[in-house]
Design a protein around this ligand. Structure first.
Ligand SMILES: [Zn+2]
Length: 317
């Protein structure tokens, strides 16, 4: 099978060519322009999609998947809105792609797509009950419950990043205070470090990094190199994350909690203390919960996986 996948994110737009086994045969990536607009996005997707097909000599496609960082209406095939990419509200993107590529097209939110990728190709493969949490610029998620993807009444289930875990905490992009996203997303981790102005100035490692270049990755690196402020912020992040994980476990009783996204690439420096903290939180109501790292190429696989999952479940044409 030949499936063309698009991933439209806040920092980059990718086109990938994959098959039913989750093998990615080719990829093209472009940076996202903030004021993208409908026509420019459409033309860019046509261009990189056509280029992939031509370079790989593909004459016939078995489907197109598109993953979008924002709210989507998958049954209407429409982007509703995005906090990070402007000018795309109410864009009927599926119709445009269908006319151009002449095959079925499936649209999903990026976190939902990554959850489906875990079900088809990742740690969720053999599990009927698992949760997915993505720790990237923001925090999103998804759930398989009793073997089925949970969509909710409006197709918006899985917004785990907007659970409040610190009352009166930092203000979140959604307007609430103390959301998990306002504390443990990549952007929030960087923000919390840079707010400690005196500690940053006194830090041998952090004082050398330009504030705009600060990232969760650099903070984990600084912690590995002995930076005390970074260690403190990571420990605090892990603590609040463990509260979020335990809240979710109480609500869903999952077998596995899969954590993906850029921050998860910290690996054991995140997962080991997180497993310990969750065990500690769970002490009085102990239950087994596996906490594992998500697919490293989940973003690319998501756009392919949504087409395969849709075919299996026959939910759209
Ligand atoms: Zn929020």
């Amino acid at each position: 099978m030949n499936i063309l996948g698009f991933d439209v994110g806040g920092t980059k737009i990718s086109a990938v060519l994959g098959d039913e086994k989750g093998k990615i045969k080719a990829t093209i990536r472009k940076p996202t322009i903030k004021h993208l607009g409908k026509n420019r996005l459409r033309d860019q997707l046509f261009e990189i999609g056509d280029q992939l097909l031509k370079e790989n000599n593909i004459k016939k496609l078995d489907g197109v998947g598109i993953i979008f960082a924002g709210l989507v209406d998958r049954t209407k095939g429409m982007i509703i809105t995005s906090p990070n990419i402007l000018g795309l509200d109410n864009f009927m993107i599926v119709g445009a792609l269908k006319d151009h590529f002449r095959t079925n097209v499936v649209l999903e939110n990026d976190a939902t797509g990554a959850t489906i990728a875990e079900k088809l190709f990742g740690s969720g493969r053999n599990s009927d009950n698992f949760l997915y949490l993505t720790l990237s610029t923001g925090i999103g998620g998804g759930a398989f419950v009793n073997g089925k993807l949970m969509r909710g009444q409006h197709g918006l289930a899985g917004e785990f990043g907007h659970m409040v875990i610190m009352s009166n905490g930092p203000t979140c992009g959604c307007g609430r205070k103390g959301c998990l996203e306002a504390i443990a997303s990549g952007k929030s981790i960087s923000r919390r470090v840079s707010e400690s102005i005196t500690a940053v100035r006194d830090s041998e490692i952090l004082s050398k990094i330009e504030p705009r270049d600060l990232s969760a990755e650099k903070i984990f690196d600084a912690m590995r190199n002995g930076d005390m402020l970074s260690r403190l912020i990571v420990e605090e992040t892990v603590y609040y994350l463990s509260i979020g994980v335990v809240n979710l476990a109480c609500a869903f009783d999952p077998e596995i909690m899969i954590i993906g996204g850029g921050v998860s690439l910290a690996g054991n420096d995140l997962f080991k203390p997180l497993r310990d903290a969750v065990r500690e939180e769970f002490k009085s109501m102990a239950r087994p919960l596996k906490i594992v790292q998500g697919l490293k190429n989940g973003g690319d696989l998501a756009a392919i996986a949504v087409v395969l999952y849709n075919n299996e479940n026959n939910s759209l044409n």
